[in-house]
Design a protein around this ligand. Structure first.
Ligand SMILES: Cc1cc2nc3c(=O)[nH]c(=O)nc-3n(C[C@H](O)[C@H](O)[C@H](O)COP(=O)(O)OP(=O)(O)OC[C@H]3O[C@@H](n4cnc5c(N)ncnc54)[C@H](O)[C@@H]3O)c2cc1C
Length: 422
């Protein structure tokens, strides 16, 4: 399989890139590991079909005869010059490309606290994905916690499916959240969306400057303790959905040798004005280059595609729009910056690495991430440190280091494809 332009990720960035590239007549491939297109925000499932802008973007891709959409397909390795190794449910194979657009999005950041590995505890976006995928939550009592606007989206999705959202627990200080809310006047569409969410969730307590200090239960979550200043309150619940913002997915960019930069306190694939990475013919767009929301991802996807097509004038015409949403992103990061006191949430016996069952205190004995990995196997399980590596970076101030290929568990037969071809 060979494409003029290959796009990794069918979220807002990837779909917008595909639409621009397809209109120009290029032979386009788009790879995504989910069963249905849409990425995170436009995730589809039995309880959730695409509407509005999401529907338009997905329909446009499906109508284009020069776009090949490879669903349920995961990139597991960069396998040679202009080639990626992918795997789907039945086989592994390589895909060649002339130009590559990485639009791999972001993932949630988890921080360890007592009880965070109990059944019943998920991420906020994780809960949303489960609900959209058909998991019933009707009648369940749910606490949504952590930080950022995603908490509201997750709360609304759960409520629409009949859950009782007991509280939204936000770590950012009340004045920071108020300031952010006031700044939404600069992005009227976001203001309208926020107002709608606030109205729909008007009966739900929104606790700012607060965090879950422990999730408790006998083999299954039954209640959480919420700390707000000096006050600690018990909230009974069936589920806790907790995540502390998002971090860009940089694994593929790193494996391809693209430069990685710090962007708003997290590592992201470095790009120039035209969304070009430091590697020739490789572009990156959307939240893998920095977290900023759907609108920013979409416009970056379009710029990357125009740049890949050599249409610099059309790309430049979108710079002002991108700048507007970058300013929104900067305000969001300032408002929801993590409170340093969250570094101390874990108890010594709290699990840090869920894959290898490593306790926080055992990892913290070491000088850095590499030493901790060598001595405790922390970060060496199936998730390759994507969860605990980020937590260790925040809690212990350790430098992050990238995951090795294969990026996710892959079949031996898939890995042998590379061997066979070299
Ligand atoms: C779990 C979660 C839920 C979210 N829900 C919301 C929400 O409800 N509302 C909101 O405003 N924002 C939400 N966000 C924020 C959201 O990420 C963005 O606003 C928007 O979706 C970003 O678009 P994107 O195209 O940059 O990336 P994404 O939408 O994340 O799309 C990237 C796609 O690439 C795929 N991918 C990544 N790596 C690979 C690989 N190696 N091989 C194949 N495919 C790969 C991913 O599975 C994903 O489908 C959510 C974020 C997360 C992490």
């Amino acid at each position: 399989m060979n494409f003029d332009i290959l796009i990794i990720g069918a979220g807002p960035a990837g779909l917008n890139a595909a639409s621009v590239a397809a209109q120009a007549g290029a032979k386009v491939g788009i790879v995504d590991d989910n069963a249905l297109p849409g990425g995170q925000i436009w995730r589809q499932g039995p309880q959730h079909r695409a509407k509005g802008r999401a529907h338009e973007a997905i329909e446009a891709m499906q109508r284009s005869t020069n776009v090949t959409y490879l669903s349920g397909t995961r990139v597991v390795q960069a396998s040679g010059a202009r080639q990626l190794l992918v795997e789907d449910a039945s086989r592994g194979y390589t895909i060649g490309y002339g130009k590559l657009i990485v639009a791999a999005g972001a993932r949630e950041r988890f921080l360890p606290y007592p009880g965070w590995t109990l059944p019943g505890v998920t991420g906020a976006g994780g809960l949303q994905a489960l609900v959209k995928g058909g998991m019933p939550v009707r009648g369940e009592r749910i606490v949504i916690a952590g930080s950022g606007p995603l908490l509201w989206a997750a709360a609304l999705t759960a409520r629409e499916q009949g859950a009782r959202v007991m509280a939204i627990v936000e770590q950012a200080a009340p004045h920071a959240v108020r300031q952010f809310a006031a700044s939404l006047v600069y992005t009227p569409a976001k203001l309208a969306q926020a107002a709608r969410m606030r109205f729909d969730l008007r009966a739900t307590p929104y606790l700012c400057g607060a965090h879950v200090s422990a999730a408790l239960g006998d083999g299954q979550l039954s209640h959480v303790m919420v700390k707000q200043g000096e006050k600690e309150t018990r909230i009974d619940c069936d589920r806790l959905a907790c995540a502390f913002g998002l971090v860009p997915n940089t694994t593929l960019g790193t494996a391809l040798g693209c430069g990685i930069d710090e962007n708003q306190g997290v590592l992201a694939i470095a790009v120039d004005d035209l969304q070009s990475t430091t590697q020739p013919d490789i572009y990156a767009a959307g939240e893998c280059t920095g977290v900023g929301g759907m609108e920013l991802s979409a416009v970056e996807g379009r710029i990357a595609a125009y740049a890949a097509l050599g249409n610099v004038a059309q790309a430049r015409a979108l710079f002002a729009q991108r700048e507007r949403y970058r300013r929104f992103a900067a305000r969001m990061h300032t408002a929801f910056a993590l409170d340093p006191q969250l570094r101390g949430l874990a108890a010594p016996d709290t699990v840090l690495c869920r894959c290898e069952d490593v306790r926080f205190a055992d990892a913290a004995l070491h000088r850095n991430w590499r030493d901790a990995k060598l001595h405790t196997r922390c970060g060496m399980g199936p998730c390759q440190g994507r969860i605990c590596g980020e937590a260790a970076a925040f809690c212990l101030g350790w430098e992050r280091n990238g995951a090795r290929a294969p990026f996710s568990p892959a079949r031996i037969g898939t890995l042998m494809q590379v061997q066979t071809q070299t």
